[in-house]
Design a protein around this ligand. Structure first.
Ligand code: CO8
Length: 389
């Protein structure tokens, strides 16, 4: 993600110059508003966060300066009041000047004063509550495309429970969001995901796994009704390979590696490695990968075998996935969902049942406004304007 080359106007604003005090460089309400714009990238958010931190430091320094000034004023006023009633000696003057040199005294005096005033001033600094922060994911939207980045760099995006809980949550949110038409899931250049978190699960027992349906919530991804595209760079091992296979389309960076090494840990794939992989690449290759745990597929091999639909240079794969997601996202959403349903049905039922299911859905598309619009646009030689109805 960090290598994406196209930066939005927000990035350009935020990147212009050092974090000094000039008004154009400060984070303003306009920048916040821009952050909702479709052109915002993950990089924008990182820069934005950085700029916010710098602004906070600057504000803190300014606050300290004001406090010091106010504190000095309090000390001088107190000294003047004292001098009005008593004859100040040289000793008193020395005490006052040394008090002025102590930031703590000045700040305390200022705080007392400001606390006294604050009871009368409006609460203009109140900030609206923000949504809870994601610990393991980064998310962004580009037009009708949502991009979810697995972000647990120190553990090669190992899929710990917390990561999957967050993933399910954000995918559900994007699935419910009518402004989103397709979702891209990606990781880092080094790892899409190096599998389930081995350290987290190593001491678990059978009874608790069975009783709690351990990792059963992973399958929620397959319930997402909008198209999902996995943009895979680096390791996609074990649960990482299975996560990619739960997506509708897989694009791979040229250095991607797909594997099912579970057998080397004394266990077996548990989220589709022995099922989806067979359907994707056939029995012999799937057996070889799962039985040895060490025969992995390179990106090119994965493409040849049909696991991956396209391979791109590592730094382009996310952009290419987003482009495809944009294409899909601009088509009629209900019709897109019908295609997804029909293709997924082919994994579940015999051919005759699948064909009947497909024909019924085909018939039903004629009840949609988008079918009327799509066919009218073709007849009138213009671009269709789908309204997702
Ligand atoms: N779990 C936990 N931590 C991991 C994992 C993982 N799967 N993979 C990597 N890490 C951590 C390492 O422990 C290391 O952490 P630290 O620095 O604290 O020691 C850090 O990531 C970097 O890893 P390495 O130093 O090992 O990096 P290398 O470049 O030397 O090696 C590899 C990279 C080859 C990817 C290596 O890390 C590796 O072999 N990882 C394990 C791969 C694996 O076996 N995956 C399968 C896991 S089991 C699984 O996925 C079952 C899924 C079942 C789903 C069931 C759903 C119902």
């Amino acid at each position: 993600m960090s290598t994406r080359s196209s930066f939005s106007p927000v990035t350009q604003i935020l990147e212009s110059g050092p974090a000094s005090a000039s008004p154009e460089e400060r984070v303003t309400e306009e920048h916040f508003n821009n952050l909702h714009a479709s052109s915002v990238t993950y990089r924008d958010l990182l820069i934005f966060e950085e700029r916010l931190k710098l602004n906070m430091i600057r504000l803190k320094k300014r606050q300290q300066k004001y406090e010091a000034f106010l504190g000095s004023l309090v000390v001088v006023i107190a000294y003047c009041a004292f001098a009005t009633f008593y004859q100040p000696s040289e000793h008193h003057s020395i005490i006052m000047f040394s008090a002025l040199r102590q930031p703590l005294v000045r700040a305390t005096a200022a705080k007392r004063l400001s606390r006294a005033f604050s009871a009368y001033s409006p609460n203009h600094n109140a900030v609206a509550p923000t949504s809870p922060k994601l610990e393991y994911l980064l998310t962004e939207t580009r037009g009708r495309v949502a991009v979810v980045t697995l972000h647990r760099p120190k553990a090669l995006n190992a899929l710990c429970n917390g990561l999957f809980v967050e993933l399910n949550q954000v995918l559900r949110e994007f699935d419910d969001n009518k402004d989103i038409g397709a979702i891209v899931i990606t990781g880092s250049e080094r790892a899409f995901a190096a599998g389930a978190d081995i350290k987290e699960m190593k001491d678990r027992g059978f009874i608790e796994n069975y009783a709690e349906d351990f990792l059963g919530h992973w399958t929620q991804i397959t319930k997402i009704r909008k198209p999902t595209i996995a943009a895979v760079n680096g390791f996609a091992l074990g649960g990482g390979c299975e996560l990619a296979m739960m997506c509708d389309i897989i694009y791979a960076g040229d250095k991607a590696v797909f594997g099912q090494p579970e057998i080397k840990l004394g266990t077996i794939p548990g989220a589709g490695g022995t099922q989806r992989l067979v359907r994707a690449i056939g029995k012999s290759k799937a057996m070889e990968m799962c039985l040895t745990g060490s025969v992995n597929l390179t990106a090119e091999e994965a493409e040849r075998a049909g696991l991956v639909s396209r391979v791109y240079p590592a730094d382009q794969v996310v952009d290419e996935a987003i482009k495809t997601a944009e294409k899909i996202g601009n088509l009629s959403l209900p019709i897109v969902q019908m295609v997804k349903d029909a293709i997924n049905q082919s994994f579940e039922v015999p051919l005759s049942g699948g064909l009947t299911f497909e024909r019924r859905l085909f018939h039903s598309t004629f009840a949609s406004k988008d079918q009327k619009e799509g066919m009218a646009a073709f007849a009138e030689k213009r671009k269709a304007n789908f309204t997702h109805n």
